[in-house]
Design a protein around this ligand. Structure first.
Ligand SMILES: [Zn+2]
Length: 277
């Protein structure tokens, strides 16, 4: 019984794999046939790698800073290396985001870290938290959420977060921890770009899984012109960094790695105003 099930699955999978493989092979070839050079094709498909959870000297911090392409460094506020990490990222020419802790539907409060935005806060308290976090992380061009499955589904709280972004000339990147997030729609409504994460790189914490995810990133970038992806420093940060590095080696000829602000500028014609140091 088990065996026939397995065989059935394989029969369905093979044509799909063949189609994907064919598409991947055909995309650059077709573009070349229309007179576009291989070089300009590679500049068409762009990838922004955001690395979350900087600011606390977590494992992998050093390895991420040494990656051979431009990444975006998302720094948590009010922690021991918050300012140091933001400065270093800026000096390396990397974009900085405030990685703002936001209340999740599940999870322990201590995972949030200091300065978290909670749904039980008043409007004034939410605004104060967001402004304080922005003031604490120099050079930020925007905010993305740490956890936040509850807050990104809350119209009242997200309205305030996005309003502060707009006032300061920043954008919000929805990390997409909640599939019912209101962030993208609400951003669009007030004239902010609806930026969101497409693929988590390290939902499984091995370098080989991260490499596999990087191949999905490549596929998505080739199909849709760009892909935004998120990895993490942390307990498995070195493994994630190693996987990203290998993945970059594999896909660098077909995609271009850019900072999030460059992608947002070109895809949504939005120019952010970095926060002052
Ligand atoms: Zn995080």
């Amino acid at each position: 019984m088990k065996k026939s099930n397995h065989t059935g699955k394989r029969t369905i999978l093979y044509p799909f794999i063949t189609v994907v493989a064919l598409m991947t092979a055909l995309v650059p070839a077709a573009a070349t046939a229309y007179g576009t050079s291989a070089d300009s094709v590679s500049h068409h498909a762009r990838v922004a790698i955001i690395v979350d959870d900087f600011g606390n000297d977590m494992r992998g911090t050093e390895e991420m800073f040494k990656l051979p392409v431009k990444i975006t460094v998302a720094v948590m506020p009010f922690l021991s290396t918050t300012e140091k990490d933001a400065r270093r990222a800026h000096e390396l020419g990397f974009d900085v985001l405030v990685h703002l802790p936001m209340e999740p539907k599940q999870g322990k409060p201590e995972w949030l870290g200091p300065g978290a935005v909670l749904t039980r806060m008043s409007d004034a308290e939410v605004r104060k938290q967001v402004e304080a976090a922005l003031d604490n992380v120099p050079f930020a061009v925007g905010i993305n959420n740490h956890m936040g499955s509850k807050v990104t589904g809350d119209e009242r709280v997200m309205g305030i977060v996005l309003a502060v972004c707009k006032e300061r000339g920043l954008f919000f990147v929805d990390s997409h921890t909640n599939y019912r997030s209101v962030a993208g729609r609400m951003a669009r409504e007030i004239g902010l770009p609806p930026v969101e994460n497409h693929i988590f790189l390290d939902d499984v914490h091995t370098a080989s899984h991260v490499v596999k995810q990087m191949r999905l990133v490549q596929e998505r970038a080739l199909n849709q012109n760009y892909c935004i992806t998120i990895g993490h420093v942390g307990i498995q940060g070195k493994e994630t960094a190693a996987g990203i590095r290998s993945g970059i080696g594999e896909i660098k000829d077909s995609v271009e790695f850019v900072g999030i602000s460059e992608l947002v500028r070109d895809e949504w014609q939005w120019n952010s105003k970095p926060t002052l140091p």
